[in-house]
Write a protein that binds this ligand. Structure first.
Ligand SMILES: [Fe+2]
Ligand SMILES: [Fe+2]
Length: 318
């Protein structure tokens, strides 16, 4: 199985942030003011609000069997139940680790945005987001350590995207990476997880996290919509293209089955054939995973014909 991450693992990213001080303290938007009130009232505590009851790896699967794309794949079905269970936990650990690293990305980017954003109302919303993302990181890291037993390193695609977003100079592109791309994909993935995961702690926390994420996407898209409407067409096309590049890179990294087949010594062509058939039987999977992103791209005015055509040609919109 994959190696776990050494405790000292760290990556240094050199960034330069233009810190903007705002002397205007009036709140311009009533709807953003309501969101800030919701953010303050919705704070939850991973130590006291989550039912940390044991969900033993030795006897329980992490997710419902029917939600596992490996189901009905002959080499997987040939394994005894305890090996299937062990593999399901490994697979679950890979997926949740990627979510944890995405949460850290949101934490770091929203912290940068507090300094960079031009107006005070958005700075306050982003500072509330920093607190939310810190709780998300705390929860997923604790769940991985205590229940799954391992934290895997980030995929190269996610690592690259995080570095790119952190080094991005403009606040609007940081908002696009964080609130539109990363959070749209996270919302879809968490909704999928909520339907199939079985550990009570995870089910409970995902409800809280979904509520927080929906708030972040809401204020990000609302602010970006106004800003993008004022951009000239070439700048708008350029923003859309860089989001498309990042989406395609991430779409590849979401496929963890090549890693599983390689680790298990299973034939890759057979695994790919099986997954193709699985996707044909479950067209809602890719559609749901990328529909939220397409909706949010549309909400901010960046769902260009080129972006839509690319997603459709890759069957990402179903
Ligand atoms: Fe989050
Ligand atoms: Fe978030």
């Amino acid at each position: 199985m994959d190696g776990t991450m050494p405790a000292s693992a760290a990556t240094r990213v050199t960034t330069s942030i233009l810190c903007t001080l705002s002397w205007q303290y009036e709140h311009e938007s009533k709807s953003l003011e309501r969101l800030h009130e919701l953010a303050k009232a919705g704070s939850w505590n991973a130590s006291t609000d989550i039912p940390w009851v044991a969900w033993p790896r030795q006897s329980e699967f992490p997710c419902s069997r029917s939600s596992n794309p490996l189901c009905c794949f002959a080499p997987y079905e040939a394994l005894p139940e305890d090996r299937q269970r062990e593999l399901s936990w490994w697979q679950h650990g890979l997926e949740i680790s990627e979510i944890l690293h995405g949460e850290q990305a949101a934490l770091q980017i929203s912290a940068q945005l507090v300094q960079l954003l031009p107006d005070m109302q958005l700075k306050l919303l982003c500072s509330a987001q920093v607190h939310d993302e810190a709780r998300h990181v705390e929860f997923f890291a604790r769940y991985l350590r205590n229940t799954v037993g391992v934290i895997h390193p980030p995929s190269d695609a996610l690592r690259g995207l995080i570095q790119r977003a952190l080094q991005e100079a403009s606040w609007e592109r940081k908002l696009l990476y964080c609130q539109v791309l990363i959070e749209s994909l996270a919302l879809a993935r968490l909704q999928e997880l909520r339907r199939h995961c079985r550990a009570p702690a995870l089910r409970h926390a995902v409800d809280y996290i979904l509520r927080d994420e929906a708030r972040h996407v809401h204020f990000g898209t609302e602010r970006l919509r106004q800003h993008i409407a004022d951009m000239d067409q070439p700048t708008r096309d350029d923003c859309s293209l860089s989001l498309l590049d990042a989406t395609l890179a991430l779409a590849g990294s979401l496929n963890i089955y090549t890693r599983i087949a390689t680790a298990q010594g299973w034939p890759l062509p057979a695994m790919r054939r099986h997954l193709r058939e699985y996707r044909l039987q479950h067209p809602e999977l890719n559609r749901d995973r990328f529909r939220q992103l397409a909706l949010n791209m549309q909400a901010v005015g960046l769902l260009t014909p080129a972006f839509k055509t690319q997603l459709e040609s890759l069957n990402l919109l179903g």
